[in-house]
Design a protein around this ligand. Structure first.
Ligand code: UT7
Length: 319
């Protein structure tokens, strides 16, 4: 008998502190007009100095457990997609595992920057379909504000902090994850990176980006990946209830939707309030849209993301 991966819970968490575009004017030479017209961003949530990625991840997990009424004890694997782990090691996932006292289960972080959650969906889906695990806690969690160069107006206005989570469970019905596609191309490693690392210079580093390089690649790669994922599960754009792309820039979001032939009304956008939260952006957008009543049970979602590397990918899933 075939086993499939259903989505049995969603959650998210955002730090309380908010920086508006007006607040950023006090830090760098910028304006609300520049930021909003180029990116669609109005504000971003910012973690306190003692608020770590693991704290955000734990709160997003608690939110999924509360919303779904699922007992944390059933979780048999934890995966965290993050590019801002608390430490170089151990993984942030082991901190979450320790918080929930889930002894003797595997927990690990994955690093695919903004595509991390899509990579995580493919990994979790493969684990469940191969019957290794039955209930996986997958979290995208980031404190990007801690690796942003607050003197660089080209990048500091773009990013925010947050976490989103999903509980993925084995099911006999063909629901949940219908297809996943993940890709990378290291040719673009110099276009978006942190200029530090344990082996490179023993520092954490700050975000550096050639914005236009990423912009030019984003629309083509995101739309191609989404088309490939739709093809893999024999669906087409008319079957999609909601398009949930990575929340980096409203112009990229709308251009990709247009290229795919998906209307703005079917496109979830949270970039105005959350900015770019990297691996957290897609689960955060889904959980927020479930809470606001936009995304409903049995809806079919097309997700796609692109990030440093480049890495990119897409996932089609039925809620
Ligand atoms: O999740 C990872 C994926 N990353 C992305 O998706 C980012 C993709 N790229 C973008 O979204 C856009 O390229 C940006 C929003 C980052 C930049 O927009 P742009 O239209 O490509 O602007 P630009 O970099 O060409 O800069 C235009 C001008 C420059 O001034 P000069 O050289 O023309 O005098 C910049 O110095 O805008 C200036 N500028 C700013 N001005 C006010 C750059 N940042 C700012 C700022 N405020 N914050």
């Amino acid at each position: 008998m075939n086993i499939y991966t259903k989505i049995s819970g969603f959650g998210h968490f955002l730090p309380k502190k908010i920086y508006s575009n007006e607040d950023l004017k006090k830090i760098v030479d910028t304006s609300d007009e520049w930021i909003y017209s180029r990116t669609g961003i109005k504000q971003r949530h910012i973690a306190e100095s003692n608020e770590l990625t693991s704290n955000l991840a734990i709160n997003a997990a608690l939110s999924a457990f509360n919303n779904s009424k699922i007992d944390p004890k059933v979780i048999d694997c934890i995966i965290i997609a993050t590019t801002t782990p608390d430490n170089t090691f151990p993984s942030t996932a082991t901190k979450v595992q320790n918080f929930f006292q889930l002894k003797d289960i595997p927990s690990f972080d994955i690093q695919a920057v903004c595509s991390g959650f899509i990579y995580g969906l493919q990994i979790a889906d493969s684990f469940i379909k191969s019957e290794k695990f039955k209930n996986i806690l997958l979290i995208g969690a980031e404190t990007l504000s801690k690796i942003v160069d607050w003197k660089d107006r080209r990048t500091c206005v773009l990013f925010g902090d947050g976490a989103g989570s999903m509980i993925l469970s084995a099911d006999k019905k063909k629901n949940g994850i219908l297809s996943t596609k993940i890709y990378s191309d290291g040719e673009w490693i110099d276009s978006l990176y942190a200029d530090g690392g344990p082996s490179l210079n023993q520092r954490v580093g700050k975000i550096r980006m050639k914005g236009q390089d990423i912009f030019k690649q984003a629309v083509t790669k995101l739309s191609q990946a989404t088309e490939n994922a739709l093809k893999e599960c024999n669906l087409n754009k008319e079957d999609i209830n909601w398009f949930v792309p990575h929340q980096a820039n409203q112009r990229i979001i709308l251009s990709t939707a247009k290229k795919l032939g998906i209307g703005e009304k079917k496109t979830i956008s949270t970039v105005e309030n959350h900015a770019n939260t990297s691996a957290a952006s897609i689960p955060l957008a889904i959980s927020s849209a479930v809470n606001s009543g936009k995304i409903k049970k049995n809806d079919i979602l097309a997700l796609c993301a692109i990030g440093g590397g480049l890495t990119w990918g897409s996932c089609i899933l039925k809620i």
